[in-house]
Ligand binder design. Structure first.
Ligand code: CUA
Length: 366
């Protein structure tokens, strides 16, 4: 009887070992797959696209760099805890695993140990205090309630599901694509954002430039960024705000000071009135388009939807759902719900020739 029981015990210990080996194998396989995935994401030359546009570990702006440093400190501490705890668990599992003949033995039972209890209380308290102090310091460095003297101020308004950008200093209103100047050693030029919402809570997040900040109705939050590196940086609304939350994308273009001045001049310039698209312009002004959209040089002054002034200076439409090409504009106006289901813009039930006329007019808004 004893022999049978211990043989059964031995078999189950062996099968437990096989289970452990299988789990280790799976874990190793997953690690290899992850590594391959990362390698495959790398284009043959240069850094992966992901790094260039939205990798929070590649900050190009002062606040984003401070947040990255804090995140690395937290990661290092948590990684240390993981290694110690995981290592102890792995050691215990292997060293004290069930062996044949263990069936009727009980390990020593420990009740109360001041030393052990003090250790597992004091060490975590020290870790929490260190994390708290480091976080408080970073928050304090990043909180700016008032814009610095030299800052460009932009009011960001969250809408379902697009972003409005107002530049009061220049009288510019645009949408979804934020243009800001880079700082130079001689002329520091941070950008200071006032964040507002007209409907629900959104969150403004461009990982390479700054931390995530909520955009809340009836409240003005603030955010600043400062970078010396011109380029395009992508972001995303980071607070669930309804059906098209995932299509509330952000594009931030950082320009050299000269290029930024040129962009400002282009946006301030009146639209050229192109005679050949007068029919489309008239149709636009006679339909309900103007209740929601503004367009300089017309009677349209709606604010419910994005301003269409200088529409063709934007690279995307629908807050990033499609590239801004005449074909996509046509498809969008014919039925916005196909490209962005749930979007507030309705199908205007226009005839094909009317859609064509309006697109012909829109592509002259440069
Ligand atoms: Cu706006 Cu999510």
């Amino acid at each position: 009887m004893d022999r049978i029981a211990s043989a059964a015990g031995f078999r189950s210990a062996a099968s437990r070992r096989r289970g452990l080996a299988k789990a280790m194998g799976l874990l190793a396989g997953a690690a290899v797959l992850c590594a391959t995935g990362v390698a495959m994401a790398e284009p043959t030359t240069g850094r992966p696209v992901f790094d260039q546009v939205s990798n929070m570990f590649q900050p190009v702006s002062v606040p984003a760099a401070k947040i990255r440093d804090l995140a690395l400190l937290v990661l290092a501490i948590c990684g240390g805890i993981f290694v110690v705890v995981g290592g102890l668990i792995a050691y215990t599992l292997i060293r004290f695993r069930a062996r044949p003949g263990d069936e009727h033995r009980e390990p020593p039972q420990v009740y109360g140990s001041s030393n052990i209890e003090a250790a597992w209380t004091i060490v975590p308290v020290i870790i929490v205090v260190v994390l708290f102090l480091a976080t408080a310091r970073t928050i304090n460095e990043l909180e700016l309630k008032e814009p610095p003297e030299s800052a460009l101020q932009v009011t960001v308004v969250g809408h379902r599901w697009w972003w409005e950008f107002q530049y009061p200093e220049y009288g510019i209103v645009t949408a979804n694509e934020l243009h800001v100047p880079a700082s130079t050693p001689d002329a520091p030029r941070p950008t200071f954002l006032w964040l507002e919402s007209v409907d629900v809570a959104h969150s403004f997040w461009v990982p390479r430039l700054a931390g995530k900040t909520d955009v809340i109705p009836n409240r003005r939050n603030t955010l600043w960024l400062e970078t010396a590196q011109p380029g395009l940086y992508l972001g995303q609304c980071a607070e669930y705000c309804g059906t098209q939350h995932a299509h509330m994308l952000l594009r931030v273009y950082v320009h050299t000071p000269e290029d930024f001045a040129r962009w400002v001049e282009e946006q301030k310039a009146p639209e050229a009135e192109v005679a050949s698209v007068a029919a489309g312009r008239d149709l636009f002004q006679r339909t309900a388009c103007i209740n929601c959209h503004a367009a300089s040089g017309t009677v349209a002054d709606g604010t419910f939807g994005p301003s269409l002034s200088h529409l063709m200076s934007r690279e995307t439409i629908g807050a990033g759902v499609a590239m801004n090409t005449p074909d996509n504009l046509r498809a969008w106006i014919r039925d916005p719900q196909t490209m962005k289901p749930g979007v507030r813009m309705p199908d205007m039930k226009l005839a094909d020739h009317e859609v064509d006329a309006i697109v012909d007019y829109l592509v002259t808004l440069r």
